[in-house]
Design a protein around this ligand. Structure first.
Ligand code: OOG
Ligand code: MG
Length: 261
């Protein structure tokens, strides 16, 4: 794929996010045979455009790491994207007008104390290098009409990244079994989804294994200190103004979010 097509397609996505307008997926007409590696080239360019705007990457995110998400979205392979500083919802308030058609999903975050790299990394390597874990909610906002996309489409679109709420509490990995950690997503007092850590590739640390192997192909490592969202444990829920979202965990901090116009 030539550089010009990468740039035009990245700009198409970049402006959809900026203008908060839905667009047709890339594979519908623009590039019907878009491959996964080409999609990551478009994503790289999109990340550059955001960086040129002065925004900084503050976390890496894994997406599509659970069966619940695969079933909901009709795609079945983990993907990698980026969260930027301007995406953080620091007051536990989501303003609907900042988004196109936001959905929330509960996740577990991991921060490493040492960099990890190489194709042979194991879950044991990840587990002994965790600095702390934390609860987080992602606010996804696919730029595509009706969240309808193929795997290459969603990769190019920076994995639907647009918002996130992180809890402040840092939990030592020694005090928590992430596999059995259970999460419940409630909206207006009604339970929408439940799941536990095993839902994420068998263990949330497996998402970090995937990320490490993925980055090692580009000669990069997973950096210590940079939060990693390991992907939603359950299906995502559409939200609207007036909603009160509550996400509770067995041990991790609960997160409460208000949705306003
Ligand atoms: C893609 C992003 C998926 C997750 O945690 O699985 C994701 C989407 O569902 O729009 O962030
Ligand atoms: Mg997510």
């Amino acid at each position: 794929m030539d550089k010009e097509l990468i740039n035009t397609t990245a700009n198409y996505l970049y402006h959809a996010e900026k203008d908060k307008t839905e667009i047709q997926k890339i594979t519908a007409e623009r590039i019907s045979d878009l491959t996964i590696s080409e999609a990551y080239l478009i994503q790289d360019e999109l990340i550059k455009l955001r960086e040129q705007d002065g925004h900084k990457v503050i976390a890496k995110k894994m997406g599509l790491t659970s069966k619940a998400k695969w079933e909901q979205m009709g795609v079945d392979s983990p993907i990698v994207g980026y969260l930027f500083d301007d995406m953080m919802e620091t007051n536990n308030v989501i303003k609907i007008s900042d988004y196109i058609h936001p959905k929330v999903e509960a996740e577990i975050g991991i921060v490493l104390k040492n960099d990890l790299h190489g194709p042979n990394v194991t879950i044991a390597d990840v587990l002994k290098n965790i600095d702390y874990v934390f609860s987080c909610v992602e606010v996804i906002d696919s730029r595509y009409q009706n969240f309808d996309f193929t795997l290459p489409d969603v990769i190019a679109d920076n994995t639907s990244a647009r918002g996130a709420v992180f809890s402040n509490e840092k939990f030592s990995p020694d005090n928590i079994d992430l596999a059995t950690e259970k999460v419940t997503l409630t909206i207006n007092g009604e339970v929408r989804a439940e799941g536990n850590g095993t839902a994420v590739l068998g263990h949330p640390a497996e998402a970090v294994v995937f990320l490490t192997k993925f980055l090692s192909e580009k000669g990069e490592s997973v950096k210590s200190g940079l939060p990693i969202m390991t992907g939603a444990l359950t299906a995502a829920s559409l939200i609207k103004a007036g909603d009160v979202i509550e996400v509770t965990y067995t041990n991790l901090d609960p997160i409460k979010i208000k949705v306003v116009e």
